[in-house]
Design a protein around this ligand. Structure first.
Ligand code: SIN
Ligand code: CO
Length: 378
């Protein structure tokens, strides 16, 4: 893994206290001497590939059209302003994955992917809002960003099957972004980027589970643990005053029994499993996997985190629960030093590997991570 040579010019404490999830922030020269790690030609090349998710959006006045990849080179020859959006470029290009290290003050499991766009002059994906935080890092060229009102599910959209273009946009701020500038946009805030010259934009996007998904996963985990033959009880109930009525006391009793059951069956692995679930199909390279497992039993040199890996962990009373691409396993606390290095540096060097393999639990952890496709051992 190449070292992260870029430094983010940002006061992390002020950002987290005043902007994260609430207010936009323009960071001029956020990365000094920034050289975009992917060119428009390389991006176009990725969009020709079957397994890469890409879209092309073009507009003619108020008429917006979307086309889905994979594309042919002739698709990039267009009369109207257009934008090519390539999803999860960090999963394919380690140099783009490096940009995630800039945001090292927010857990990696909150990061979704890095989408890269190329826009021809005048290109735009239209006024819209996203449900997630995004850092919009300007690569080559110049783009004018307009910020607008906060939106939610009730905000009016233009009629369109696939695009969520806002019906009205109330401009509150405008910023012209040049190479290395970043605009942070919180969830729900309307934004509208218009390419002033042909340009590329790197969107470091975050993820957050829906509350409805959290409830369903939490309930699923709980149901696995609950004793099925325990039933609602209403011993010592008062006489029924009105026929057929469900009294507030009946409801209170039901809720109290639910709370009691939840306390007994508490478990918290559902959260880590949910937030580390891959959003994109992972290309599990069978050769790499077999090689990693073989090298682990032989004389391994280094381990590297796969660019698309979702790795997180939590400390329980007596163990460390490791979440790898949506699954989890428990290990002894002795894995912590190696696990921390892996999460921080995205790799274990040869001496660090030696130390790791000398501990039985950490050796088992490396096996598990190699099997899950989270690390590649060479
Ligand atoms: C773009 O890069 O054109 C769009 C990014 C965004 O609005 O999230
Ligand atoms: Co957006």
């Amino acid at each position: 893994m190449i070292a992260c040579n870029w430094k983010l010019n940002l006061d992390r404490g002020t950002f987290l206290a005043q902007h994260w999830q609430s207010q936009p922030l323009l960071i001029r020269n956020a990365i000094r001497d920034f050289k975009p790690p992917v060119s428009s030609d390389e991006l176009a090349g990725l969009a020709l590939e079957e397994q890469v998710e890409s879209r092309l959006i073009e507009h003619h006045g108020n008429a917006w059209h979307v086309h889905h990849g994979p594309f042919q080179p002739c698709d990039f020859d267009r009369d109207h302003p257009w934008t090519l959006l390539v999803q999860a470029v960090d999963h394919y290009l380690p140099a783009v994955a490096e940009l995630r290290k800039l945001i090292d003050f927010i857990p990696q499991w909150r990061v979704d992917d890095i989408m890269v766009s190329y826009a021809a002059e005048g290109g735009s994906v239209g006024p819209h809002y996203d449900n997630y935080d995004v850092f919009l890092l300007q690569g080559s060229g110049e783009r004018l960003w307009k910020l607008g009102q906060f939106c939610d599910g009730s905000t009016a959209l233009l009629p369109h099957d696939q695009l969520r273009i806002l019906d009205t946009f109330e401009t509150t701020e405008e910023h012209l972004l040049r190479c290395g500038d970043i605009l942070y946009v919180p969830p729900g805030m309307a934004h509208w980027g218009i390419a002033q010259t042909e340009c590329t934009t790197f969107s470091i996007g975050f993820r957050a589970p829906r509350i409805s998904d959290m409830v369903s996963r939490w309930a699923d985990q709980l149901l696995e643990k609950l004793e099925p033959d325990t039933f609602y009880r209403d011993a010592k109930r008062a006489p029924m005053p009105r026929a057929g009525e469900i009294h507030q006391r009946d409801l209170d009793r039901a809720l109290a029994q639910l709370r009691e059951a939840l306390e007994q069956a508490d478990g918290s692995k559902w959260f880590g499993e949910l937030v580390t679930e891959p959003h994109y199909t992972l290309l599990q390279d069978e050769d790499n996997l077999a090689q990693s497992l073989a090298v682990l039993t032989g004389d391994p040199k280094t381990a590297e985190l796969a660019p698309a890996a979702k790795l997180a962990w939590q400390q329980d009373a007596t163990s460390i629960v490791v979440f790898a691409n949506g699954e989890c396993r428990e290990f002894g606390e002795s894995i912590l030093p190696s696990l921390l290095i892996l999460c921080e540096n995205w790799c274990l060097t040869a001496p660090q590997m030696k130390t790791a393999l000398a501990d039985v639990s950490t050796a088992a952890l490396l096996d598990y991570l190699a099997e899950s496709g989270v690390i590649c051992v060479v």
